[in-house]
Design a protein around this ligand. Structure first.
Ligand code: SF4
Length: 303
């Protein structure tokens, strides 16, 4: 792996763009970030790619398109090893929380190698605070992946050390198909899996919404399917991506003070949900810490 570009700062986020070999399309992005106000010696977040591009092409994501295949277990692990080596000597991880998000480029449920990496990590690193995080659109046909994921969570990460997130965005199924243009699990299927997944030791499963102007988000529809004892809600802005400008979609939530965001938060809370209104750092947007941003820019410049 050869680093092509490094952007950002250790205080917030550093984005690495790297060539896996000498083929022009085999470029990945990965990120080391902190979560202010939590100091970096208390928590580190590593965000790695699982695919070269993504076949789904969601309306707001720069990782979509230019799909050139899945990364192997070693290619995913190489990103993690690189980031860990920058921070620590050897395989003992001294930071109390090390979150690894399989969420930069690529839908993780399309790539079984993600499970292999999660299986190997606890053997490879002495990291009591290791917490994998899967953020998924719940693609149809990935039952085997999710069944294996459940087994790995039960075996290695069963003390609240796994974060599972489903990206939903809207409660209207036609709009959901527009935003995430591929076959997906229905709300019933996600809820059924949540029933199998969740034990009292676990973190609640997150349902993530980046609400879009003109699209429907009805908290009552969510409550019909997902119990607040097992599911929590995350509300986020739609990131400022190239793809967002091309598709013309506009975010409902832009700042923490956004009245629409606060209203949605209150509505979900009234139904019994824990709600995170996660705005992120504006500085992080300036760094371009959004999925696929740099590879997308590189490819656009080559056109
Ligand atoms: S949001 Fe996820 S599934 Fe959609 S295009 Fe981006 S990486 Fe792929």
């Amino acid at each position: 792996m050869r680093i092509l570009e490094t952007t950002g700062s250790d205080e917030l986020a550093t984005v690495y763009v790297a060539a896996l070999d000498d083929k022009a399309e085999r470029i990945v992005e990965f990120v080391q970030s902190t979560q202010p106000p939590v100091p970096s010696d208390q928590k580190l977040v590593l965000i790695v790619s699982t695919m070269l591009g993504c076949p789904v092409e969601c309306l707001m994501c720069d990782a979509g398109g230019n799909f050139h295949g899945k990364l192997s277990k070693d290619e995913i692990m190489e990103q993690i090893d690189f980031l860990i080596k920058k921070q620590f000597n050897g395989n003992k991880i001294t930071v109390p929380k090390l979150k690894i998000q399989f969420a930069r480029m690529g839908e993780p449920a399309f790539n079984p190698a993600v499970i292999d990496v999660m299986t190997e990590l606890p053997e490879k690193y002495d990291a009591p605070g290791l917490m994998p995080c899967i953020s998924t659109i719940a693609p149809a046909g990935a039952k085997k992946f999710f069944d294996r994921l459940l087994e790995v969570k039960q075996k290695y990460y069963n003390n609240g050390m796994f974060q599972l997130q489903f990206s939903i965005h809207t409660t209207d199924q036609e709009e959901r198909d527009r935003i995430i243009p591929c076959k997906k699990w229905s709300f019933e299927q996600i809820a059924e899996f949540g029933q199998r997944w969740f034990t009292p030791n676990d973190r609640k499963i997150t349902l993530n919404f980046a609400p879009i102007k003109g699209m429907t988000l009805d908290p009552n529809v969510i409550r019909e399917h997902f119990h607040p004892d097992k599911f929590a809600i995350k509300l986020t802005p739609v990131n400022p991506t190239y793809r967002r400008s091309e598709t013309g979609i506009e975010p409902v939530i832009e700042t923490e003070e956004s009245p629409e965001g606060r209203k949605l938060q209150a509505e979900f809370e009234a139904l019994g949900y824990d709600v995170i209104l996660s705005i992120g750092e504006l500085a992080e947007n300036k760094i371009g810490s959004n999925c696929g941003f740099y590879v997308s820019r590189l490819k656009r410049n080559q056109q």
